[in-house]
Design a protein around this ligand. Structure first.
Ligand SMILES: *Cc1c(COP(=O)(O)O)cnc(C)c1O
Length: 369
């Protein structure tokens, strides 16, 4: 492991490969896997991670927005890329870059067909998004007839996949609801298959779905957080390895005596003699102000040091009283002794928000092992 000389996010490709193989081991061999690499591969580094996943044998990728798909194409990623949330203004770029749109409403379906016909396309692939209860994007059952009608009148586009998204696959209290979603997905998919006369690729499960609902794997699963090392479940988390470690360095150490304050608005006051350190990472790097004032802390050589005072834009201050450390020493924000899940909990949030929020000014360093 390289020593941090500045703030950096270390991405471990060996851990990524481990997670990929572990998730695969949960699936029958004929089930495809789509790697969800939206939001810079959950705050990691989308191109490097997608290249590694391609090498490992992933079948396809998903991104949220068109620009993310274009960036992958420009970097030479050749596998199919599903754009989960396109707008009609994106359809020309989607076609130019061989991306596959998710079509989630009658309005975007019509707009997509309009573009495809204008460009003289034939059988351009797309995925249909079904709303089975998340109530975010997608078609409901009564709309299927309209879709069939619209599709019957064009040869420009061809349905490649049908998918939906589970609302609470990680939550055992919502098992009944999830089973209902799976049932609804199966029923609507069968109606589509019957009407089209062929079977598109069916995909429903996200990471927690892979672990908790093997019966919902259908033809393909979509995994994001699992590839990055989190199962959203204490029982399964130990089988995965978080791929990212956020590190920084001690910039400066101060000795304080009773009554001296630290940082903006003097939010922390020393109650006696103490030692504190300043670190070059702040809310502009993705460390929300919620983590300040002793809510969360960092690790120095295995020892916990709480964040004191308010989180600044570019810095945090920590209490290092009793910790044997020097200016220039490495500090771990998350990863290693403190997984992102644990750090996130202290800010009342989840690993997804923490890791995707690490801003682009934090240098990414990829390590093979
Ligand atoms: C983000 C996303 C996923 C990935 O979910 P994980 O819980 O990270 O595995 C899958 N499907 C859709 C539609 C998504 O938006």
């Amino acid at each position: 492991m390289p020593i941090a000389h500045e703030t950096l996010l270390e991405i471990n490709l060996e851990a990524l490969a481990h997670n990929y193989h572990y998730l695969r081991s949960k699936l029958d061999t004929d089930i495809k896997m789509m790697g969800v690499v939206k939001a810079y591969a959950y705050g990691g580094e989308a191109v490097t991670i997608s290249k590694k996943l391609s090498e490992l044998g992933i079948d396809a990728f998903a991104v949220a927005y068109t620009s993310e798909g274009i960036a992958l194409r420009e970097a030479g990623i050749e596998k199919p890329i599903l754009v989960l949330h396109p707008q009609s203004v994106n359809f020309e770029s989607i076609v130019e870059n061989c991306l596959e749109p998710s079509i989630y409403s009658v309005f975007v379906l019509k707009e997509f067909i309009k573009t495809a016909e204008k460009l003289g396309l034939k059988d351009y692939p797309f995925h249909l998004k079904l709303n089975t209860g998340l109530n975010r994007l997608g078609f409901i059952e009564p709309e299927l007839e309209t879709i069939f009608e619209v599709l019957k009148n064009t040869e420009a586009v061809k349905l490649k996949g049908v998918f939906s998204h589970l609302a609470a696959s990680e939550d055992w209290k919502e098992r009944q609801f999830t089973l209902q979603q799976i049932g609804k997905f199966r029923k609507m998919s069968f109606q589509i298959i019957e009407n089209l006369g062929y079977k598109p690729l069916l995909h429903l499960s996200n990471t927690a779905g892979i672990f908790n609902y093997p019966e919902a794997a259908f033809d393909m699963v979509r995994s994001g957080i699992g590839l990055y090392g989190f199962a959203n479940d204490q029982k399964n988390d130990p089988f995965l390895k978080p791929i990212a470690t956020l590190k920084t360095i001690i910039s400066q150490i101060h000795e304080l005596s009773e009554g001296e304050s630290v940082g903006y608005n003097r939010a922390f006051t020393a109650t006696g003699n103490m030692r504190m350190a300043t670190l070059p990472i702040g809310h502009a790097d993705g460390i929300n102000r919620k983590y300040g004032n002793q809510r969360a802390g960092v690790y120095i050589d295995g020892q916990y040091a709480p964040i004191i005072g308010n989180v600044c834009m570019d810095m945090i201050m920590i209490d290092i009283t009793g910790i044997d450390c020097n200016e220039g020493d490495e500090v771990i924000i998350f990863g290693g002794p403190q997984p992102a899940t644990k750090f996130a909990e202290k800010g009342n949030t989840i690993s997804y928000e923490l890791i995707t929020g690490i801003s682009q000014r934090v240098k990414r360093v990829v390590i093979e092992k």
